[in-house]
Design a binder for this molecule. Structure first.
Ligand code: URA
Length: 223
């Protein structure tokens, strides 16, 4: 039976948004209380992630640095300023997307995260992906590429979208890499410029039953 009198979609969309928001708030509390690896000993603040709870586009970096550890927010240092510039180049702001990291606590002296630290933090990232259900996940740099496509080189993989589960995975260089090596700047800007069309096609595409989102499932309940 169709409920023809009212268009319930705005109501459902806001219900889903509310559910995702409260799911993420709960996750944030657990990240702040987490002691699953040794990074807890040196951290000032855990950095769960931030942005739209129903974002189509999710960015996954490596781990918090000095500024992120200080403020408890992802990508607020120099790499974050460049990420904001890249977002602005495609007409977006931080609040349009969701930004997080492989590990939620700063590795001391910005060293690379260890496999055990990545593994300890994995359930949080998996839960964020499940809750937000983005259409496109942008991996920033080699560590987040490794999660989805182990053993692949970022120098080869960047700029090539590929299907993963019911999403599109899009690896690009880490913004910090372009700050260290300015020759990478045009490459990362070019890769970024393809994002709007990727999101558009990911949003519109029919990828079969596995791609049925919570929103379509909820809408189906009224048919
Ligand atoms: N680099 C990252 O990978 N993540 C941040 O949050 C900041 C810098």
């Amino acid at each position: 039976m169709k409920l023809g009198l009212f268009d319930l979609r705005p109501l459902l969309a806001s219900t889903l948004q509310w559910e995702a928001m409260s799911g993420l708030e709960d996750l944030e509390r657990r990240v702040h209380a987490c002691e699953a690896c040794a990074l807890v000993k040196k951290r000032t603040n855990a950095v769960p992630g931030e942005g739209s709870p129903t974002a189509d586009l999710m960015f996954v970096g490596e781990g918090p640095g000095f500024y992120e550890d200080r403020d408890g927010r992802p990508f607020v240092g120099p790499a974050g300023r460049f990420l904001e510039e890249l977002l602005a180049s495609i007409g977006l702001t931080r609040s349009d997307v969701y930004i997080t990291n492989m590990v939620k606590c700063r590795p001391p002296n910005n060293r690379d995260p260890l496999p055990g630290e990545i593994e300890a933090c994995r359930p949080f990232l998996d839960e964020q992906m499940e809750t937000i259900s983005p259409k496109v996940i942008v991996t920033l740099g080699r560590y987040s590429l490794e999660k989805f496509f182990p053993g692949e080189l970022i120098s080869r993989a960047h700029g090539s979208p590929r299907p993963w589960m019911n999403m599109t995975l899009y690896p690009i260089y880490h913004p910090a890499a372009a700050l260290h090596n300015p020759k990478l700047r045009p490459t990362i800007m070019d890769d970024f410029s393809r994002l709007p069309s990727l999101v558009e096609s990911a949003t519109g595409r029919d990828t079969g039953p596995a791609a049925v989102t919570e929103e379509t499932r909820q809408l189906d309940l009224f048919e």
